[in-house]
Design a protein around this ligand. Structure first.
Ligand code: FAD
Ligand code: UDP
Length: 369
């Protein structure tokens, strides 16, 4: 007689989707096994301690949400600090505040009042108002006009995505706020911060009572691993799960070049974007500023965008029409599988952390309550 599997769920991927799913299922007395092919847990939120500084190994992660339930949820594992993201943009050696606000308009045009700034913006955007934007370039020009588009958007975006702005979906640029106050807060959300002591504390809290194995690639022992559990929760790449039968989904990747510097403060801010095309990296992150660090040294990371490949991690799904059609074909296959697909890679979605947590919480609530 065939014995029943040892686990209720085999969770592939120890990022936020997998960790929240595992936590919620374990809380309801389900037995879970979490595996990850990397040598650590936490997915892209993972931090490495270098000289007492939490270095965001897979790019800067700033938590923000408008949803008090999600804010209270993450704070129940680790308290968050009051970090507010206020990036700067460096274009041809001159600094501009982001997101686009009264400080930026002053730096660009010398305008001092909202009325003056609106007059310049209206003059720059009026010729685009009849356009129904079908791509990022049209959307940006309609929203912010020529100056901001040329200095702060075009170069950065084309580097980041490796595609012309008129080949990219409009929604990407809608992530950035535009406001007529002197407010450099990058996000409009009510809650924002960094876990005190770093993101690994959040992962540890979520996975405290869960069995986890690292350095385990699901595809290397798919049959054995699948047989261990009643159901698989898959948070890796959906196209890989189906053996690329409808073709490969495209992702943007990043090379992170970390440097330890013998100075206490390199750039005075956690995030400085380089918005001109000829500088090959998009931004420099100085990690200590996320936690108001006072260490003697500092760690900076330059982010160089490039296309994802078998050696380069898939970070950003490219949600253009070609890839959306391929994803749809995989999504149809997924509906027929006894597997739960969740997270940025399996849903092929430009999710932020709070959205991934929200998706995992609503999935587990629907399943268990
Ligand atoms: P991931 O964290 O990618 O976890 C998936 C895990 O699955 C990985 O650990 C991977 O190793 C594992 N895996 C994949 N395939 C297999 C396999 N075959 N076998 C075993 N394991 C496998 N969000 C914000 O809210 N604020 C930010 O400031 C922010 N900044 C970001 C910056 C960058 C550069 C990037 C790339 C993302 C950023 N995000 C940010 C988004 C955030 O990282 C994601 O929303 C979130 O981490 C996604 O969680 P996940 O569990 O879906 O995926
Ligand atoms: N962006 C830009 N200039 C900037 C910062 C962002 O044009 O200085 C555009 C770019 O297309 C980017 C998008 O806005 O991909 C979203 O930016 P965000 O900072 O949210 O990107 P992420 O943190 O997800 O990399």
């Amino acid at each position: 007689m065939k014995s029943s599997p040892e686990y209720d769920y085999l969770i592939v991927g120890a990022g936020l989707y997998g960790a929240v799913f595992a936590h919620e299922a374990t809380k309801r007395n389900k037995k879970c096994l979490v595996i990850d092919k990397r040598d650590h847990l936490g997915g892209n939120t993972y931090c490495e301690d270098i000289n007492g500084i939490n270095v965001h190994k897979y790019g800067a992660h700033i938590f923000h949400t408008n949803d008090k339930t999600i804010w209270d949820y993450v704070n129940s594992f680790v308290p968050f600090n009051r970090y507010t993201n206020s990036p700067l943009a460096n274009f041809e050696g001159k600094l501009y505040n982001l997101p686009f606000n009264m400080n930026t308009f002053y730096q660009l045009w010398g305008t001092k009042t909202p009325e003056e700034a609106k007059a310049v913006l209206d003059q720059q955007t009026s010729k685009y108002q009849d356009i129904n934007p079908s791509n990022l370039e049209e959307q940006a020009l309609k929203l912010v006009g020529d100056d901001i588009y040329t200095k702060l958007i075009k170069g950065y975006t084309e580097k980041q995505w490796g595609r012309k702005t008129n080949e990219l979906p409009a929604f990407i640029i809608k992530r950035l706020p535009l406001r007529f106050t002197y407010d450099n807060n990058y996000f409009n959300d009510a809650y924002q911060g960094i876990p005190i002591g770093g993101y690994n504390k959040l992962t540890e809290g979520l996975l405290e009572n869960v069995e986890c194995r690292t350095n385990v690639d699901f595809f290397k022992e798919k049959e054995t691993l699948t047989s261990l559990a009643q159901q698989v929760v898959f948070t890796g790449k959906i196209d890989e799960y189906f053996d690329y039968c409808h073709g490969k989904l495209e992702y943007r990747s990043l090379d992170f070049k970390h440097e330890i510097l013998e100075t206490t403060n390199y750039q005075g801010n956690a995030v400085v974007n380089y918005t001109e095309a000829k500088i090959p990296y998009t931004r420099i992150i100085e990690h200590k500023h996320f936690e108001f660090g006072k260490q003697k040294t500092t760690v900076i990371t330059k982010e160089y965008p490039l296309e994802a490949s078998s050696e380069k991690e898939p970070y950003y799904p490219i949600n253009d029409s070609k890839n959306t059609a391929i994803f749809k074909a995989y999504q149809d296959m997924a509906k027929k599988e006894n597997t739960i697909f969740g997270g940025r890679l399996a849903e092929y979605k430009y999710y932020d952390m709070h959205q991934v947590i929200g998706a995992a919480l609503s999935k587990t609530k629907k399943m268990f309550d």
